[in-house]
Write a protein of this length. Sequence first.
Length: 283
Amino acid sequence: MNKVFKTLAVALVVIATMAVNAQAKDLLERIKDRGEIVVATEARFAPFEFVKDGQIVGYGNSILKEVLKDLPGVKLKLLDLPFQGLLAGLDAKRYDFVAASLTITKARDAKYAFTMPFSTAAVTYVKRTGDDSIKSAEDLVGKKVGIQAGAAPYFSAVEGLENDVLKPKFGKGVGKLVEFIGNDEAYAALASHRVDAVVNSLPNLAPLVKERPETFSIGLPPFGPATYFAWVGRKDEDSASLVKFISDGIVKLNKSGKMAELQKKWFGFTMDVPADSFPTPNF
């Protein structure tokens, strides 16, 4: 009987020790132990992330795979989810990390742990080719403008048009903001005259105009404050080493020239992205 109790006691000690050790390991260590990292993205943001031949590809996807080469033995499980729910899912710990193109803003920076940026997010617009009523960003004032729901920094639908980036420069904002689930729907609405323009990041719009110049024309120069795209993890001690690992990997690609190589491949041009210090959000 004593042997049975001793065996049970030893087993309980072992189980308790294992539980303590598991709790002591942070997220990055647990990812290494299980051999898998679960990452969420939204594959409807070409050329950053999009689906081709049944696979998620793009500039952001290429950056992510390059960074994860420094995690040998760890497989990537990539979830394609609606943009609007990505951060809520991260909060709920449904996945380890979010690798979607997120604009660095003060509100997001206060709540989430950003990596170093991998792209500019300079704001501009696309219009219908031949539409002479829009010749500059100022001509968007009073117009019907399309935007992806939940996107920043262009407009805040939740707060009306108070954060309209046209106002600081021109004193007035757009006439009506029309939200779409995805950018493709917004571009289709523009082509069919349901909106007058679509506001998005320069890197996102440039390939669209390159592929369909007969339909769309881009507005230059970009307007609004300098902004950048980056990825996020949870802002806690458990996730700190994972975010740092991925952020350091992005910096490594930036300084080695690999990032510029991938930009040339996916955008047709290169862009300057901070590598030595995290950019201060402008809004």
